[in-house]
Design a protein around this ligand. Sequence first.
Ligand code: MG
Length: 316
Amino acid sequence: MRVRVRTYGLGGCGGAAGAVASARNVPAGGGRGNRRFRSLRVTQMTMLPHALERVPAWADAWRRTGRLVLLLDFDGTLAPIADLPGLAAMPGTTRHALARLMSMPGVEAAVVSGRALADVRERAGIEGAAYAGNHGMEIHSDGLDHVHGEAAAARPVLELAARELAAALAPIPGAFVEDKQLTLSVHYRMSPRDRVDELTAIVERIVNPLPGVHLTAGKEVLEVRPRVEWNKGKAVLFLLEHMRPPAGAPVLYFGDDRTDEDAFRALRERVGMGDGILVSRAPGSETMATSYLREPGEVGEVFAALAEAWTLASQP
Ligand SMILES: [Mg+2]
């Protein structure tokens, strides 16, 4: 098939020069302006290709197999991270590019998020997509409604934790508990940096003794989760069993956070069944992703490039 091949300079080839250039983009908190520290970051950075370089191969495989599966985290991936969860929104360009792509033959999408299912479904609002909420503990698509039974059984403990955490964290400005029914999130993005250790200690003191739940950490958030063998990786494999893409079809998972690594790993371990795309300005060497994008806006660029590749290949 004919595709328009573009090259992407910064970090695109993944060589040493790309790594140095990307290291300059380490965001606040990571870029300490210290030459020794910066060179340390460079050695720890991975040599992943930029995802836009992979588009011709993905479009080719989509064309060959007739299927393209998109698995999409929401916050930090489809939508830029916002100060408050209620403010996160998908940019219009990404929404438009995704809608166009989903109107093309053989394209399926699922949104896989830490948000509650109803919340992420309303916020993403992608027609025809499947949704996995609470890190996949609840899943909805055409003909499929699944709630993890053991996770649901932990609800009374989560209710207790939510009440105790809300009371104990009240003195810390900007901290708040989001009750997502199957999990809790303690958000502290808006809290003073010098109160974060205290916040963490309070959350650990309350949650660690509770039966059947455990703590995980994400970007400016601590989560209280039922202690069950379930994560975004298992959710993705569960979804793929229902989607049943043919061998060799591109299965692309876009994500930005630690919980997405479970999905990257699940796809890697299923040979020929997928690629993880990490959204990060400074992808670390420990990632299980196979390519990267610098920021959420570039996710929309990949959607647009895939649609463009298909359109070009379909022209006589
Ligand atoms: Mg995310």
